[in-house]
Design a protein around this ligand. Structure first.
Ligand code: TEU
Ligand code: CA
Length: 463
């Protein structure tokens, strides 16, 4: 059995990793082509963000078909080749399961909209208030109301994220069976790891107005979440001792994580928590410019280390992912102390008790975007908040500055492989701009340099 406590995971955002067919979009063949590079780093798993059929409103986190590969990324044969080639190198695959919501293109939702009662109950449809307004005042994390009105049905449906990401109704046992079936399908394909997207939001509590916040307290760490996770474990991945799992826990509490990731809770192997990545927010408010509170950062890291250890629960430890700015820009110094601060930050994460995750490009010290215009940004959350900030009265310049600092696109610019055009990411036109510093910061220039950030990460992974 793999001891996930001694493993390291490398996270790949396939769309920005490596493009093998010149369409400017990374693909599964691109991951296969770079397996030797990943092996060189010495990691045990690669976690790939979703590449299932999706209209891409939220870059694949809006799943239309859980059982098939989106043509932009390739075919099921490409996936099976990747799986074989990874296995040859002793690398296991971790897939990203988005079960809090589907795409509105999913056939289940399409049937619900067509009036099929069975599938209506796969989602959360509610009548509006007496005055016709939304059932509650909850806000979507991407801005605006968390409810969308469907005139034909005279009802609203819930979407905690994009309007085209309707929330699934986990209180419906048929929904729970469907997601268990999806996990078993990918287990049959040899997958040995699963990441569950915002999985602590799946159990909604009371549908009431929130006069203290944005509604998250009514659906975060809800009443049945532990029961549903124990059931998912028992009905799928818990049947294979080799499989490791990690839950993305949005705005969760430490007490809940003692159970989510408790060594004998039979829920998940470990959790991602984000409290340490909000020390440059104002509370939960992300779209502000405030100084980074480094004392708070240290306090959070220490308290979670001590708390989780005392309660025999396991952390995933990480600085970044596809939703976060680049750590060397955010917490380090991308100028004078670029190399030193990147290594300092790596030492912190790899020195913590937990399973370390390395996000593509972090191992070579990639930095935030060098974008100078909003038209270069792609992330729906960033583009929505650019408008919202201006509606709140900020100037274009002030709104843009906030987007530059906090946008998820900071972690989504293409992997910088070498000093060639577009950093060697594509022979075509990349879907998002490559940072102009690719001539200075790229994998090829670091592989054989003993003092490089890459070789420092390699030593940490071996340790
Ligand atoms: O992220 C959850 C989530 O809320 C993050 O987007 C982040 O906390 C937010 O941007 C903070 O403002 C997961 C996926 O990682 C993310 O890419 C998806 O957009 C989201 O869920 C919906 O599936
Ligand atoms: Ca491609």
């Amino acid at each position: 059995m793999t001891d996930f406590r001694k493993s390291t995971v490398y996270q790949i955002y396939p769309r920005s990793f490596y493009d093998t067919n010149g369409d400017g979009f990374g693909d599964l063949k691109g991951v296969t082509a770079k397996l030797d590079y990943i092996k060189e780093l010495g990691v045990d798993y690669i976690w790939m963000t979703p590449f299932f059929v999706s209209p891409q409103y939220d870059n694949g986190y809006d799943v239309e078909d859980y059982y098939n590969i989106d043509p932009r990324y390739g075919t099921m044969e490409d996936f099976e080749e990747l799986s074989r080639e990874a296995q040859k190198r002793g690398i296991k695959l971790m897939l990203d399961m988005v079960f809090n919501h589907t795409s509105s293109n999913h056939e289940w939702f399409q049937k619900a909209l067509a009036g099929d009662e069975k599938y209506k109950n796969y989602y959360i449809f509610k009548k509006g208030k007496e005055d016709g307004s939304a059932p509650t005042n909850w806000e979507s994390k991407f801005g605006g109301s968390a409810w969308e009105y469907v005139p034909e049905m005279d009802e609203y449906y819930l979407h905690l994220f994009h309007v085209k990401q309707p929330d699934l109704n986990w209180d419906n046992p048929k929904v729970r069976k469907e997601v268990q079936k999806v996990v078993r399908f990918w287990m049959s394909k040899g997958v040995k790891g699963f990441r569950f997207d915002v999985v602590n939001l799946i159990s909604k509590d009371k549908f009431e107005d929130d006069f203290e916040g944005d509604g998250r307290r009514f659906y975060t760490d809800g009443p049945n979440v532990h029961q549903y996770l124990k059931e998912l474990n028992a009905e799928s991945f818990g049947q294979d001792a080799e499989i490791i799992t990690v839950g993305e826990m949005s705005s969760t509490s430490m007490e809940n994580c003692f159970e989510y990731a408790g060594e004998d809770s039979h829920e998940l192997s470990m959790v991602f928590i984000f409290h340490h990545l909000k020390v440059d927010f104002m509370g939960n408010e992300k779209w502000v410019l405030v100084p980074t509170d480094f004392q708070k950062l240290k306090d959070i890291l220490f308290s979670w280390q001590i708390g989780m250890a005392k309660n025999h629960a396991w952390n995933a430890v990480f600085w970044c992912n596809h939703d976060q700015p680049r750590p060397v820009s955010r917490f380090g110094d991308e100028g004078k102390y670029w190399k030193k601060s990147a290594k300092m930050l790596a030492t912190i994460i790899h020195g913590l008790r937990g399973t370390p995750y390395i996000y593509q490009g972090e191992e070579i010290g990639m930095t935030n975007t060098d974008f100078t215009d909003i038209s270069q940004f792609r992330d729906v959350e960033s583009l929505n908040h650019y408008e919202i900030l201006q509606q709140k009265g900020l100037s274009k310049e002030d709104a843009f500055r906030i987007i530059q600092i906090h946008s998820r696109d900071n972690g989504r610019t293409p992997m910088q492989w070498n000093g060639e055009n577009y950093g060697g990411f594509t022979k075509g036109m990349p879907w998002i701009g490559v940072n102009e510093n690719y001539t200075k910061i790229n994998a090829q220039s670091q592989l054989h340099d003993e003092t490089s950030i890459f070789n420092y990460y390699k030593k940490l992974v071996a340790l």
